[in-house]
Design a protein around this ligand. Structure first.
Ligand SMILES: Cc1cc2nc3c(=O)[nH]c(=O)nc-3n(C[C@H](O)[C@H](O)[C@H](O)COP(=O)(O)OP(=O)(O)OC[C@H]3O[C@@H](n4cnc5c(N)ncnc54)[C@H](O)[C@@H]3O)c2cc1C
Length: 471
């Protein structure tokens, strides 16, 4: 696809060392955090400025070469696998915090900035940027925006989309657009900022983002509620919300997850519990005290076996870090770990957990479940082995049925990980044929030659829906 004329033009833009087409670079950028997906690009390029991105896009547009933008490749939907070859554009060199505006409470950053570095910097200034995906020590802000990532604080504070108020982006033909700004109100035309959030690198390349910051909460308290009855834990989630309490964090781990997390983080968790809820409330000290007390009563009413409130901030951080390590800890069990993020209205969490367990049993596969229960966002995670085709087939059937179940319960096929390649065949189940038509139209308006991350979001074929039978 790339000939010497094109590579010479690309090298002229970024210099000799920031374009690579050696085997090592191609293989290193042929896969991402998603298991069992790999496809070689034809080249890898590392721009250092918006002008370079624009110049690169002009060349690729001229020769109709596909482009895959890449942060850290930690996505779990095949989002950065170059399914159609072409050039992978790695954003890590564009990693600066350009400005923190203390009058407007905004931060303007480049897309390659690591999420945890932004959060630490902002906290150092006595401010708060809430979106905190568990991958925040490796993920980039550009990746977070393109996937509309969530995190442990999503329930009370929302997800990435709630904090992106302005963008600079480069279109497929190389022209540069600016959307939104340091504005809390802006209804000038269609909201292109929100459209680009979650667009998975298929509409434009984000080169700068203006993010909303908020004052930090004054107090925080963290507790663990442990249950022998799995569904008691799931019901607690609905009861807390019903009681009009919105905790900052409301996370769920089932028994297999508790076991691996404890083995990984050495917390001394009780291994005989069927489920644990990790709950954090923040805000004014009095509100926090009152909410934690009410939550404790609700947990007890739903027959929690043990309720522990963290004694110190260090202890609380240890618990949050342990929850963040759930995926990594599960990945130690077997060679292949497939994590999904079926999401339901939070009132249906108990039903969804029940259905996941029934489906795992039906297909005789091992599925551990943890997730952001307060958001209704569960991560059923299959521990399996890609070398066993028969088992992988059963895992695929189980996940198709899990997607179907979540839609049936009023939910969606993905709450925060994106569609990418993996969920493209299921997207029509959620948005319907007319919804797909509108999305295709939007894609064509931004990228008429299908050069930006082709093969993502739109599948060649929609999977047939399975007919669910359950008691
Ligand atoms: C251990 C682990 C835990 C995780 N926990 C969470 C979690 O709690 N919540 C959550 O939501 N996700 C989570 N994820 C998924 C993943 O980390 C997020 O999707 C993250 O936002 C991806 O960031 P990245 O920099 O790695 O992006 P990449 O994986 O490199 O890219 C993701 C997508 O963004 C596009 N993209 C990247 N940069 C740009 C840009 N500048 N302009 C346009 N498009 C761009 C890519 O083309 C791709 O489609 C987890 C993943 C792992 C491995």
């Amino acid at each position: 696809m790339l000939n010497s004329e094109i590579t010479a033009k690309l090298r002229a833009i970024v210099g000799g060392t920031r374009f690579r087409d050696d085997k090592e670079a191609l293989v290193a950028h042929s896969y991402d955090g998603t298991p069992m997906l790999q496809s070689l690009p034809d080249g890898v390029i590392y721009p250092a400025s918006t002008e370079e991105v624009s110049a690169i896009m002009k060349v690729l547009h001229e020769y109709k070469i596909p482009l895959v933008s890449r942060g850290s490749g930690s996505n779990l939907c095949g989002g950065t696998v170059p399914a159609h070859g072409g050039v992978v554009m790695v954003m890590h060199r564009m990693n600066r915090i350009l400005e923190v505006d203390l009058e407007n409470l905004t931060a303007t950053v480049q897309p390659g900035l690591i999420t945890a570095e932004l959060i630490a910097h902002i906290e150092g200034l006595g401010l708060f940027y809430p979106p905190d995906p568990s991958s925040m020590k490796i993920s980039t802000i550009g990746g977070n925006i393109a996937e509309c990532s969530g995190g442990l604080r999503g329930l009370k504070y929302g997800t990435t989309k709630d904090y992106v108020i302005g963008l600079e982006a480069v279109l497929a033909n190389g022209s540069i657009i600016r959307t939104g700004g340091k504005l809390m109100k802006d209804v000038a035309g269609y909201d292109l900022t929100k459209l680009l959030v979650g667009s998975e690198g298929t509409l434009a390349i984000i080169t700068e983002a203006t993010l909303k910051l908020i004052p930090p909460p004054r107090a925080k308290k963290t507790m663990l509620a442990m249950y022998r009855d799995l569904y008691g834990a799931a019901r607690t989630v609905s009861r807390i919300i019903e009681a009009r309490i919105i905790p900052a964090t409301l996370e769920f781990m089932d028994n297999p997850t508790i076991r691996v997390v404890d083995d990984f983080a050495k917390l001394g968790l009780p291994l005989d519990m069927e489920a644990i809820l990790l709950i954090e409330q923040d805000g004014d000290p009095e509100t926090v005290e009152r909410d934690i007390e009410l939550i404790r009563e609700i947990c007890a009413m739903e027959s929690a076996d043990r309720i522990d409130v963290a004694e110190s901030r260090e202890e609380a951080e240890k618990l949050l870090t342990a929850r963040r390590s759930a995926f990594t800890a599960l990945a130690r069990l077997r060679p292949t770990t497939i994590l999904e993020d079926a999401t339901v209205p939070r009132s249906r969490i108990a039903d969804m957990v029940l259905r996941i367990n029934e489906i795992a049993k039906k297909y005789n596969v091992t599925i551990a479940t943890f997730g952001h229960a307060g958001d209704g966002n569960l991560h059923p995670t299959a521990t399996t082995d890609a070398r066993d085709a028969e088992e992988i087939h059963r895992v695929e059937l189980a996940f198709a049925e899990i997607f179907e179940a979540s839609i049936e319960l009023g939910g969606t096929i993905t709450g925060e990980h994106g569609v990418g390649i993996v969920k493209a065949p299921y997207l029509e189940w959620k948005v319907g044929a007319p919804g797909m038509e509108v999305m295709r139209g939007i894609k064509a308006a931004f990228d008429p030659h299908n050069l930006l991350n082709p093969g993502k979001i739109f599948a060649k074929e929609t999977k047939k829906r399975v007919v669910l039978q359950h008691g």
